[in-house]
Design a protein. Structure first.
Length: 465
């Protein structure tokens, strides 16, 4: 704390007790600590961690950043929490998020906005939706934190807060106990200060879980391990997708980018310009699929079985349902439910199918690009001239101020969605991706690898960190 200044420290603590450790009733950071088993020495020593508040933890509240779940206590721990505690780690708090993971700034939480600890005298967004998880690591409150990444929610906050944000391949880490936003995309991710720790945590969490129907089966895990063992190498072919080269990167970001590319060339890696044409159309595909899944997932919060229940509106079942949902969900969540229900209705034509077709085309283009075959396909064809890794910026800009972000989104809510353009390709294709900080630029650089090739991704990340 002394390094980041005492006035900053006070602000931080004020915000953390309210927002990062969000317990609407009390200070969760202490409460979690006292109600959980104490950390014992295991593979990761006595490291402490913080979990995003859409990851269920027994005995404490899990609010998902929503009034709808302000009183919700899960009767079970998420598999990820169980695995970490079995490895001797200690859960010390829950972190703020955009309500149900919907957002890119952490300004959509019912409990208020988290501040970005990188900026001492300004109120800047930490990115979203795992903004609390990224801020907690940046402020050294825990060794690492868990977030969830549906379309970039681990990588964007990592980029804004100057920490590592790793989203593994879809299905490698269990989603059991993670409150669903869009289940075909939701992935638990890890935020930390260095790649080595993220890797060690990943090794603990990378397990088949029969409670999660989308968990990657053992047979494919074994196949991937075998391939990675046979083909491991230290010099990579690194593709730069032209669709990701942004005109409006800041001068600082450009110069840091160049330094990274020069470092890679000097280390003997090969750089290769490539193209993934579908990227240009992905935002509409992502927001069609994610909102459709969200509308369906959030239908369980009806004020009767789960969630916010205003005693005053009990007159009829219809009123209970509509009024509790209108009061319990914030405006962005309501917008997504409307969009999703529209997409799923016959009136929308075939938006949903078209979005899925685009997703398939994207996966095909990635398969053509990478050297490593896609282990989910029945034919294993490796491309000797393919790329091992792709590289791009993680975010368009460094973190905006909270006021700037809010006023732009008020003018047009789509501005908030545009931020996701760089992160959703890996989400839609289920690829592993990681954001590594470029300190002088105050934003991150993103690496992506073929589905299942998480180990190569982490190895490459270590070489540029
Ligand atoms: N910003 C994106 C959205 O709001 C991604 C969120 C996420 O990954 N949870 O959908």
């Amino acid at each position: 704390y002394s390094r980041i200044g005492s006035s900053f420290c006070n602000t931080l603590i004020r915000y953390l007790s309210t927002y990062v450790g969000i317990d609407p009733h009390n200070s969760l950071i202490t409460k979690v600590e006292s109600s959980r088993s104490s950390g014992k020495s295991g593979v990761l020593g006595d490291t402490s961690f913080i979990a995003k508040d859409n990851i269920t933890t027994k005995g404490t509240f899990t609010t998902s950043g929503s009034l709808m779940l302000s009183n919700y206590k899960s009767p079970f721990d998420a598999t990820v929490v169980d695995l970490l505690e079995e490895a001797g780690l200690k859960l010390i708090g829950k972190a703020n998020l955009d309500e149900f993971g919907m957002g890119s700034s952490n300004t959509n939480s019912y409990y208020g906005s988290t501040l970005n600890p990188l900026y001492e005298n300004e109120e800047r967004v930490p990115g979203g939706s795992s903004g609390g998880s990224a801020a907690a690591v940046a402020a050294s409150l825990a060794s690492f934190s868990l977030g969830t990444d549906t379309g970039g929610s681990v990588r964007l906050p990592a980029s804004y807060c100057g920490v590592i944000g790793f989203k593994p391949s879809y299905g490698r880490i269990s989603r059991w106990g993670v409150i669903a936003y869009a289940q075909s995309l939701d992935t638990v991710g890890i935020l930390s200060k260095d790649v080595a720790l993220a890797e060690r945590v990943f090794n603990v969490l990378d397990k088949y879980d029969d409670k999660d129907p989308t968990s990657l089966p053992e047979s494919i895990r074994t196949q991937v391990e075998k391939h990675q063992h046979l083909s491991s190498k230290s010099k990579f072919v690194i593709g730069i997708p032209q669709e990701f080269i942004l005109e409006d990167l800041t001068a600082q970001a450009r110069s840091q980018w160049l330094q990274v590319l020069v470092k890679l060339l000097k280390a003997g890696h090969e750089l290769k310009p490539i193209s993934i044409p579908s990227i240009k159309k992905l935002l509409s595909s992502y927001y069609t699929l994610a909102t459709a899944e969200a509308a369906s997932n959030l239908s369980r919060f009806d004020g009767a079985r789960y969630g916010f229940n205003d005693e005053e509106v009990k007159e009829t079942a219809y009123k209970t349902l509509t009024e509790n949902r209108s009061k319990g969900f914030g405006p962005e969540v309501q917008r997504r439910i409307l969009l999703g229900n529209y997409t799923l209705s016959s009136e929308s034509g075939n938006h949903y199918l078209k979005a899925n077709e685009l997703r398939q085309r994207l996966v095909g283009e990635f398969n053509e690009t990478f050297r490593f075959y896609n282990p989910l396909l029945s034919e294993y064809v490796s491309k000797s001239n393919g790329c091992d890794i792709l590289i791009s910026p993680t975010s368009i800009d460094p973190a905006p101020t909270i006021d700037e972000y809010k006023s732009k989104s008020k003018e047009n809510f789509l501005t908030g969605y545009i931020n996701d353009i760089l992160t959703i390709p890996a989400s839609l294709a289920g690829l592993p991706a990681i954001s590594i900080p470029l300190p002088a630029a105050k934003q991150g650089i993103q690496l992506m690898a073929q589905y299942g090739d998480d180990k190569t991704l982490l190895q490459a990340a270590k070489s540029i960190e």
